[in-house]
Design a protein around this ligand. Structure first.
Ligand SMILES: [Zn+2]
Length: 704
């Protein structure tokens, strides 16, 4: 569902991308743009953990053996690691594994450094973008972008042509406003209300939900602060004089609406509401149509305006039998009821112009920046070209084999878990076996059928959204729920472009997606096993999302279902509590602790991903015939490479922002938080009681 989908996108670095955090900040300069991609990238997902059942050191039963038959500290001191230059050997690994692995690099580099693993991929995107523009002879939007730059007046005129598709004038009614909201939703702008498709009861259903604010504001900042920014849009783009009492009132009202929707959307997303059916119940469906009709009736009562408003609603949102409705949408009718038509229309115009402005503002510098923006909102618009550049060295076959291997590893691990009953294990195995892997990019270029004929990239964007929306409603809706894959990702409002450095798991259909960033020579190299296996932690991370605190509430077919025995569920909750505590013990930035609860799902996924990839790493080392120190060195290398994977210079602002808005742990905590739960880490790096990251063996949480 949209809500679950959110968490799926959170899962890749790009929660940040699809949502608004970074779009607000999108700046006109290329460096910032890159920074934005980077910030998004850095959030991407990592790995998991389990018991070290293939512990090749042989210390699993006595993980803090004070007298191993070798001298780990001496070995560590004499060994050299890949990227030794990044390490800070003056830091004890047990005090901060992150600083041990990356301390020298962090001291000498700012967040824009080009030397990181992820930056290597981002550099490739630069090449891709340029190549895309040069080779785009048959793509209408790209042709437009290569043409003369639009002046501000031309941009305004283009926005005006989009706005002209809505009903306007002094004599419009609330029913007309509802029509406008529906029309905007068809164009991909979810002011007040929006729509999506979702797997409900085994099939993809079309449904209506409350709209999301454009999130040009942060609720923690003052209204005054934001009014300055709003004022700019009002004066320069909407031509509303805010120095008049009417203009000032409109400005204030628009802010209030925006703040209300933002606050409310955060609430309803958190509550993970279930859509209910409008119209006739189909046999075998669990959702209750009576409830939905009551919801609609209550909306009708609320909007005193009467049947004409509800008729407009039905028409504007394509409501027919089989449409679902999120009862939370009622509140939106209440909100609409509170304001006059002039205010509502101004809000719609503000919303539309602001979103278009976001798509366009980077145009001031380079067309490639517009492509980045368009990609974010129209993920399949450039798919054909992206595939050409991103898929040429993508090791899809290798990734597919690795994922099947991971499936086997996880299956073995589930079978040997001591805290789950056979009944729950069976359900977990069922879910694992049914999980669908989507690797790389869709084969079918359905978007070749998109007809783009606008005078500007704005209009092409809106045309694209209308067609994607239509496809979603009329082609996707009605299909079996676990049989949609890429097409959904490419057309859904929550969609993602394949050039994002991301991977994700979608609980509603029990599918995982690995995008090309994780398949190319930078992050999935055949000749650098430590890097390749660090990426395998990401694959395992996504797989584990199917079994994290949220994923575990969905079944093999992607339906919300409780497949746990009461006793097992209680144990799982207890483990979750332990995980929350472990991460609450870590610092987000000096003086401020991390939020173990908010990051729980991601941390469980990190733990699973790490554990499985580490197990596979050990199996590989054994197959390679490594023993003794050579073996232990490679095990240590794995831990170091895992920390390297999260390489990032985390300034306090980024850390604060992540704490507020991101469901992922800070990068240093992704490294430290997992290492301290792994028994092998203690022996390999001589970590002892008294070290800052030390965790008693009994408190080292093991889940999957
Ligand atoms: Zn994740």
């Amino acid at each position: 569902m949209a809500f679950m989908l959110n968490s799926m996108f959170f899962c890749y670095l790009c929660d940040l991308i699809t949502n608004d955090i970074n779009t607000n900040k999108m700046n006109t300069d290329m460096k910032r743009m890159k920074n934005w991609v980077l910030a998004a990238t850095l959030t991407f997902c990592g790995a998991i953990m389990l018991t070290s059942c293939t512990d090749a050191i042989g210390t699993a039963d006595n993980p803090v053996n004070p007298n191993p038959p070798y001298d780990p500290a001496g070995e560590l001191a004499s060994e050299t690691f890949l990227h030794e230059e990044w390490m800070d050997r003056s830091v004890k690994p047990g005090d901060s594994f992150w600083d041990f692995a990356l301390g020298s690099w962090v001291k000498n580099h700012d967040s824009m450094d080009n030397g990181t693993l992820l930056n290597a991929y981002l550099n490739r995107l630069d090449v891709l973008m340029t190549g895309l523009l040069e080779s785009a002879s048959d793509h209408h939007t790209l042709q437009l972008l290569m043409g003369p730059k639009l002046t501000k007046e031309e941009e305004k005129a283009a926005m005006g042509r989009v706005y002209a598709q809505l009903k306007q004038g002094d004599d419009i009614s609330k029913a007309d406003v509802i029509y406008n909201i529906g029309k905007m939703a068809d164009m991909g702008f979810y002011a007040f209300m929006g729509h999506d498709v979702l797997n409900i009861d085994g099939a993809i259903r079309y449904y209506i939900m409350p709209g999301l604010a454009c999130s040009s504001i942060k609720l923690t900042d003052s209204k005054e602060e934001h009014l300055q920014e709003f004022k700019l849009i009002f004066e320069e783009w909407l031509d509303i004089d805010t120095s008049t009492p009417e203009g000032a009132q409109l400005l204030s009202n628009v802010y209030d609406i925006e703040a209300w929707i933002l606050k409310y959307s955060q609430e309803w997303k958190k509550s993970e509401p279930e859509p209910a059916l409008i119209g006739n119940r189909r046999p075998g469906l669990k959702s209750d149509p009576v409830l939905a009709m009551e919801a609609l009736a209550s909306a009708r009562r609320t909007t005193r305006a009467g049947d004409d408003v509800m008729d407009a609603f039905r028409e504007a949102f394509h409501i027919e039998n089989g449409t679902y409705y999120l009862p939370e949408t009622d509140k939106i009718f209440e909100l609409i009821d509170q304001y006059d038509i002039a205010t509502l229309q101004t809000y719609l115009k503000f919303y539309l112009y602001y979103k278009l402005y976001q798509v366009s503002l980077s145009m001031a510098v380079e067309p490639v920046n517009v492509i980045v923006s368009l990609n974010m909102y129209a993920p399949s618009m450039f798919l054909k070209y992206q595939k050409k550049y991103l898929m040429q060295d993508a090791d899809c076959e290798g990734a597919s084999q690795v994922l099947e291997q991971l499936r086997n590893v996880m299956s073995e691990r589930i079978a040997s878990l001591d805290w789950l009953s056979d009944a729950t294990k069976m359900k977990a195995q069922e879910k694992l076996q049914a999980m669908v892997f989507n690797i790389g990019a869709p084969d079918d270029l359905f978007n070749a059928d998109f007809k783009l004929t606008g005078q500007t990239h704005f209009e092409d964007f809106v045309q694209y959204k209308e067609q994607a929306d239509d496809y979603m409603r009329n082609q996707l809706a009605g299909k079996p729920g676990n049989q949609y894959g890429w097409e959904y990702i490419m057309v859904s409002p929550m969609g993602a472009s394949i050039d994002a450095a991301n991977a994700f798991y979608e609980a509603n259909s029990n599918q995982l997606f690995i995008l090309p960033a994780f398949l190319g020579k930078e992050l999935f190299p055949a000749d650098k096993p430590a890097v390749r296996y660090a990426t395998i932690t990401v694959f395992g991370h996504e797989m584990t999302h199917g079994f994290d605190n949220k994923g575990a509430t969905y079944d093999a077919m992607g339906n919300k279902a409780d497949w746990w025995t009461a006793e097992d569920k209680a144990k799982f909750l207890e483990k979750q509590e332990q995980m929350i505590n472990r991460y609450n013990e870590l610092e987000q930035y000096p003086g401020v602790m991390a939020d173990g609860k908010k990051t729980l799902g991601e941390n469980i996924a990190d733990l699973g991903g790490f554990s499985m990839a580490y197990q596979m790493w050990n199996e590989k080392l054994q197959a390679d015939g490594l023993t003794g120190e050579a073996l232990r060195h490679q095990q240590r290398q794995f831990f170091v490479s895992y920390a390297d994977y999260w390489q990032c210079n985390e300034d306090e602002k980024l850390m604060k922002n992540m704490l507020e808005t991101d469901v992922h742990s800070a990068n240093h905590n992704r490294a430290n938080g997992i290492a301290r739960l792994m028994d092998d880490w203690y022996t390999l790096f001589s970590v002892e009681p008294g070290d800052k990251l030390y965790v008693k063996p009994a408190d080292r949480v093991k889940i999957w």
